[in-house]
Write a protein that binds this ligand. Structure first.
Ligand SMILES: [Zn+2]
Length: 300
């Protein structure tokens, strides 16, 4: 009698989400994953001083309720989710890189809790200072990919505590990091990253550029040039960029099929609906939906 195939079955991995985000406490989070066919989520912290994050994020966050001074999503909440459903989550953590002992924090989190991803890095600092570079090299030694949020200063009509929120610096900062830390995998994310899918100047005036893509953008250029760069397709920034020019997007997804990760940073199913509408080969979809994530973070 033929032996039943013992090949392990995988399904979708969401490579970017946060506990309690948009009011999704544990039960609601798990229900939402099930509804969207998501087997596993990379659960990232989003820690920094409270005044570095738009207050708009706070009313929906447990951090506020719990009275913590890091915001909006603490690593402690990632651990709390992971302990309740270890098979559904991959732990991510990024300490504040301005702390001189940031490496020790991450090292302890790896040893004690089994952190597999460094993220989300979202701080009001230029990301390539010497301490940060040392930290990224440590991530490379420990085989942790680093998920980075880039965002240009853009006035949002909010006056308190600052008129704008920016993170990381411009994309030349990313290029210097890619060059100086070739042994570390970096995952690009957010408005300041995806604005450069196209070679135009909209990144100076809007967080969400629209219209046909002009070839020659820094995102495809860096993906071609630096094998240590990957990108997650999470949040409004990625889907808005991908929807700008579906014809360009199809070629982009085919060319970089080994470097892109399905990810949400929200709780809708719009990215799956969009990806599935493009008639991509199933091998390509499988890479984006889970194989690339498993290559970066193999299962235990
Ligand atoms: Zn982000």
């Amino acid at each position: 009698m033929a032996k039943a195939k013992t090949e392990k079955k995988h399904s979708i991995i969401d490579a970017h989400n946060h506990p309690d985000w948009h009011g999704h406490g544990f039960d609601k989070f798990i229900r939402n994953m099930d509804d969207c066919g998501i087997a596993k989520t990379w659960l990232l912290s989003f820690e920094g001083p409270v005044d570095e994050s738009n207050p708009i994020n706070f009313p929906v966050h447990a951090s506020k309720t719990l009275g913590t001074l890091t915001a909006p999503t603490s690593f402690a909440r990632c651990v709390a989710f992971k302990e309740r459903a270890p098979e559904r989550f991959v732990l991510g953590y990024c300490p504040d890189l301005r702390r001189p002992d940031a490496i020790d924090y991450l090292d302890a989190a790896i040893q004690v809790y089994g952190v597999k991803v460094c993220g989300e890095l979202k701080l009001r600092m230029i990301y390539d200072n010497p301490d940060a570079l040392r930290f990224y090299r440590f991530c490379g030694e420990k085989n942790l990919p680093v998920t980075m949020h880039f965002q240009y200063p853009m006035e949002l009509g909010v006056k308190y505590p600052r008129p704008d929120y920016w993170y990381g610096g411009d994309l030349e900062v990313l290029e210097r990091i890619l060059q100086k830390c070739p042994g570390t995998i970096f995952i690009g994310h957010a408005q300041g990253f995806w604005a450069h899918l196209s070679q135009d100047h909209q990144f100076k005036t809007t967080n969400y550029p629209t219209g046909k893509v002009t070839p020659g953008g820094l995102v495809p250029e860096y993906l071609r040039k630096y094998p240590n760069l990957h990108a997650d397709l999470s949040a409004g920034s990625a889907i808005t960029a991908l929807k700008r020019d579906p014809e360009f997007t199809k070629d982009f997804l085919l060319e970089f099929q080994n470097r892109l990760l399905y990810a949400r940073d929200c709780f809708t199913n719009s990215l799956q609906e969009f990806l599935n509408s493009l008639a991509l080969p199933v091998e390509v979809l499988n890479k984006i939906y889970f194989q690339n994530a498993l290559r970066l973070v193999p299962e235990d």
